[in-house]
Design a protein around this ligand. Sequence first.
Ligand code: HEC
Ligand code: HEC
Length: 317
Amino acid sequence: MRRVVWLLVAAVVPAVSVGLASQEATGLYPDKPWAFPSRIEKPFPEDEAPKTLPGSTRTYTMVQIDDLSNPPDWYPDQHPTPPQIVVKGHGGAMACGACHLMSGLGHPESSDLTGLTAEYIAQQMADFKSGARKDPTGKRMNGIAAETTDEEVRQAAEYFAALPRRTFQKVTEAEMVPRTVLRNGRMRYVADEGGTEPIGGRIITVPEDPARARLRDPYSGFVSYASRGSLARGKELVETGGGRTLMCTVCHGADLKGLGKVPRLAGMHPIYTVRQLSWFKDGTRNGVDAAQMKPVVEPLTDEDIVAISAYLGSLAP
Ligand code: HEC
Ligand code: HEC
């Protein structure tokens, strides 16, 4: 009997530690599903009704709205004419406007592309293509970058870099938050059955208007909750380094609006920032310019990352 137990232990222990190590190396954090969305917990039921939005002349069905190679363009007169790759995908190169929206403001599980320079966007596409920067939760950008031509990247980068920035999300401090569930589009929605729970060390992001966000409405934004004290703590770390890290303003600019290949930080979706800081730290994000971020993230704790991300998200874009 004792021998059997030892055999079991010997078989299980190495498997467990290998499992943990590889989890970290792949950038997946199953213990943080609030920032690293993966398994959809509750898909929406099928819905065939035609959809409209206020002030738009267009009508789409849910199947059309979720067609990642031919996404809706609700307000074509409210942005410059997009290049083909932004509105129509081909093969694995899906249309940029599906996830980042035609407005470029994007959803929290993808990213906001406004306020970035074309140079920075092109560099990130090259890093996704080479695999030096990985997108492990959605496994989207590596495949897309691999199948997008240099000319398409150039055109998409120019398009997004020229779009205006505007407030699309806000951050509020709270101790109790609504219960949420991960649904289509890897977005978190307030649970139908209601209820609240303590926020703990998380950031909970939900759409301001769930029905409109689901339609990829470029005017329906997001709200994020963070625990009390996060914003003040984040502000101190960002502005002074808190005695532990480098001041972000040194490279990202006094107004945190970025310059050249250093991206803007103000007004970003906070859970996007949590993912990036975690990935610079664990090596998932290792692109050409990522080395500059390594000493910055090295001393940061999980709590620091949450506070910094909440604070940056609370700044005017
Ligand atoms: C199917 C959804 C999807 C489509 C289509 C898509 N993206 Fe993305 N994109 C994402 C996700 C998800 C991320 C965030 C990955 C992460 O969490 O780091 C992202 C991140 C990015 C980033 C990084 C932004 C930053 O601040 O560093 C760039 C640049 C980008 N995408 C460009 C594009 C371009 C250009 C296209 C069209 C050729 C495109 N994306 C199409 C989902 C998509
Ligand atoms: C030494 C210069 C430097 C300092 C200091 C610095 N950064 Fe960065 N940061 C960069 C560069 C360069 C990049 C682009 C990295 C890349 O292309 O992968 C970057 C990228 C980022 C990104 C990714 C943004 C996106 O759109 O994907 C975040 C988030 C970020 N920095 C946060 C911070 C925070 C928070 C601080 C302060 C605690 C900070 N940085 C301090 C140089 C710096």
